[in-house]
Ligand binder design. Structure first.
Ligand code: ADE
Length: 281
């Protein structure tokens, strides 16, 4: 499986980059792209089977990869992840906090347990990963972090817990950009809109068959984004081309978050063609 990145093949040669949630979706695509550009990728996540599948894919493509099971909600597991990677690799140059999760529910039906679980995964887990990256490595050596948001700019009806947590991650990203600048740390975020990723499989059938087509009509580009289009933004932010960018967010949403209904956009197919790094050019 060859990944067709638009970036230079040796861009991350000699670097070790951790990608959480690397066993599927955007995390998997990002791990493939970084490995294709010379990085040794550490894919971390909760499901060892998914990690192993992606580890084999990347390894068979000739990429450097290690799989480390880790629940980012558990402080000791996060601490052990960095200790293990540093013992094996000597350094961590980059971190992609892609792991996250949520479920669809009207706000009034979200239980305390459900709300807490989503906040712990998306916000607290991201914080723990950032803090350990900093204390165990980047405080002394600098480094680059990319965090994951959703399209939370106008609230997110149906996902109150995740939108609140991601808004927290956006603010955390800004704070850490300033606090850790003195150590040479850059930290940014990406905010994918509606992405045709393997994560969609988790949603009920009515969401995919009835709700999604309506949502796509509401996207100025009239199509979903791809995992690769998101991975490319992450890779750019990790790269030296983004050396003067910190505390920022790149939206990958076909202008979804900007559109209001006072401006009609009839259905069209004039959006730039979807970029898919797994497909032969
Ligand atoms: N992906 C979704 N939830 C996760 C968690 N708690 N830890 C690691 N990866 C995850």
């Amino acid at each position: 499986m060859t990944y067709h990145s638009i970036f230079r093949p040796d861009l991350f040669a000699g670097q070790t980059i951790i990608v959480t949630g690397g066993g599927s979706g955007i995390g998997r695509a990002t791990a493939h792209e970084l490995a294709s550009l010379g990085a040794h990728v550490v894919i971390a996540g909760r499901d060892p089977d998914k990690l192993e599948t992606v580890r084999q894919e990347i390894s068979q493509s000739g990429g450097g990869v290690t799989a480390v099971p880790c629940n980012i909600r558990e402080e000791s597991q996060v601490q052990n992840l960095f200790a293990q990677v540093l013992a094996e690799r000597g350094a961590v140059h980059g971190l992609v906090n892609n792991a996250g999760g949520q479920f669809i529910s009207p706000a009034e039906m979200i239980t305390l347990k459900g709300f807490t679980a989503v906040v712990e995964t998306n916000l607290t887990g991201t914080f723990l990963m950032c803090r350990e990256a900093y204390t165990q490595q980047m405080h002394q050596h600098g480094g680059v972090i990319v965090n994951m948001l959703i399209d939370q700019w106008r609230g997110y009806p149906g996902m109150a817990h995740s939108a609140a947590a991601r808004a927290g991650v956006e603010n955390l990203t800004k704070t850490l950009a300033v606090e850790w600048a003195r150590s040479g740390v850059r930290i940014n975020a990406v905010a994918p809109g509606v992405i045709n990723s393997s994560g969609l499989d988790k949603y009920p059938d009515y969401v995919k068959k009835e709700f999604l087509p309506l949502v796509i009509k509401d996207i100025p580009y009239k199509r979903m984004g791809t995992e690769s289009e998101t991975a490319a933004a992450i890779v750019f932010l990790l790269s030296p081309a983004a050396a003067y960018i910190s505390g920022e967010t790149i939206k990958i949403d076909g202008a979804y978050s900007l559109w209001r209904k006072t401006w009609e956009i009839d259905d069209h197919d004039n959006a730039p063609p979807a970029f898919d790094g797994f497909r032969d050019a």
